[in-house]
Structure formats: structure tokens, C-alpha cells
Design a protein around this ligand. Structure first.
Ligand code: URA
Length: 237
């Protein structure tokens, strides 16, 4: 990687602004390869140099990937005057880095949401041409049967003429309320709710379980998050 200014490199962590980095350097609190740098505009290669502030070693990464268990009642937007967004659930340093959600879940939908500042990866995961599988658990009103499974599998045309790609409906239980696992390969607005509505069923609860190779960590409670492991990040790419 090419050399970059120290203030830019440290500000990229989202923890300090560039002017804060300048002050830290002046106060002698920054070390690069164990030595006090001459100035905040000195240039270093982030691949090879080791950076520390107040004795804490910093990880300088090109991108950040966060898995969030989105709770119901929170918007999948970066900013919204009308309510709490998923970014409000993350620490300030991530917001400063410009993290954004990869795709949207409805306000009342729970489950797996990936947030990143890696625009290229987000583009790939969302591209309709890539057909990335998204798997959901759904609880719906009414009974589900073979005709519903066949309709999902055949690629439904909704009453508003929206044509859906073939989807998998795996019925978990059927009764006055039914449960199912649904896999879709696209992400049109309210898609699962609209597909069930076309079969005369109301979605009562919806949770995303996975997206491509990435599966929601069951140890994350709604509202909790963690960064992806190296293996998860590699598989996703
Ligand atoms: N389909 C929906 O209807 N809502 C979601 O949040 C996701 C998929």
C-alpha cells in the first residue's frame, strides 16, 4: 500500500478527527514503530508501520464489517428524522467511519443485517444479477400447504405485476398460524410480505437468518452486534 499522512491514517479509525490527531502528535502521545513522529503530516505505509496512541496499538483496516441482530422498531437507514436507526445501535467511531447497512429490512423485521464501509462488497451482495440467497424465518396467519410451496417455487407474479424469481418455501408448521423458512434471491421492497399476501396470508413476524454465506450469530441478542470474523469476511468476498 502507498504511504499516507499520519493524521489521515489515524482519523480513518473513526476515533479522532484530523485536528485531534494533530493535537495527540503534538502532545507526544502517538508512536509509530515505537518512535515519536516528527509531525502529523509525516507519511507512513499502513501495511508495514505499527501505530499506537497512549500505548494502545491500533488496527488500521481498509474496511470494517459488522454483523448486527437488528431488533424490531429500528430503521435500516443511516439517518432518519422520524426515528432510531440501526446506526444508533453502534459506537460513535463506526458512525464516523461512514458505515451503512447492506440492503434494508423493514422496520418490524428482525435479524441479520450487515453494515460496512466497503461499497464494492455491498454492491456485489445487492446486485440483482448475483442472486445472493437471503433466508428468513416467517410466522404467518393461516395454513400453509403444498400449493403455497409450489407457487413460491414457480416464481410468482404479484397482483401489482411484480415478477419474483423462484423462491423456496419450507413449511415448519401449519395451522391457524403457520411457520416457514423462506429463501429469496433478490430483495424487492416488502418482497416476502407481498408474496405471502398474494397467497392470502399476513406476515406476523419476520426474521432474516442468513445472507449468502453469512449466518446470524445465535449468541447475539436483538440489538447486539459484533465485527465479522476473518473467515466470515473471507467467505463473503
Ligand atoms: N421481505 C419483507 O417483506 N420484509 C423484509 O424486511 C425483508 C424481506
Amino acid at each position: 500500500m502507498s504511504k499516507e499522512r499520519l493524521d489521515k491514517l489515524l482519523a480513518s479509525t473513526g476515533r479522532w478527527s484530523r485536528s485531534e490527531v494533530k493535537r495527540l502528535v503534538r502532545e507526544g502521545r502517538v508512536r509509530v514503530d515505537g518512535a515519536i513522529p516528527a509531525a502529523a503530516d509525516a507519511k507512513y505505509d499502513p501495511e508495514t508501520a505499527a501505530f499506537a496512541v497512549d500505548g494502545e496499538t491500533l488496527r488500521l483496516r481498509a474496511h470494517i464489517y459488522v454483523m448486527l441482530h437488528k431488533p424490531a422498531g429500528v430503521l435500516s437507514a443511516t439517518e432518519d428524522g422520524r426515528g432510531k436507526t440501526v446506526l444508533d445501535l453502534l459506537p460513535e467511531e463506526y458512525r464516523r467511519r461512514g458505515l451503512f447497512p447492506v440492503g434494508r429490512l423493514d422496520k418490524d423485521t428482525e435479524g441479520l443485517l450487515l453494515l460496512t464501509d466497503d461499497g464494492a462488497l455491498a454492491h456485489d451482495l445487492l446486485s440483482p444479477k448475483k442472486h445472493v440467497d437471503k433466508r428468513y424465518y416467517a410466522r404467518v396467519s393461516g395454513t400453509l400447504d403444498e400449493a403455497d410451496r409450489a407457487a413460491f417455487a414457480s416464481g410468482m407474479t404479484l397482483p401489482d405485476r411484480l415478477v419474483c424469481l423462484p423462491a423456496e418455501l419450507s413449511i415448519v408448521s401449519s395451522g391457524a398460524e403457520s411457520e416457514a423458512l423462506v429463501t429469496i434471491r433478490e430483495g424487492k421492497f416488502h418482497q416476502i410480505k407481498r408474496m405471502f399476501a398474494a397467497r392470502g396470508k399476513n406476515v406476523l413476524y419476520l426474521k432474516r437468518l442468513s445472507m449468502g454465506t453469512l449466518t446470524l450469530d445465535t449468541s447475539l441478542a436483538p440489538g447486539a452486534w459484533r465485527e465479522l470474523t476473518e473467515a466470515e469476511e473471507k467467505n463473503l468476498k
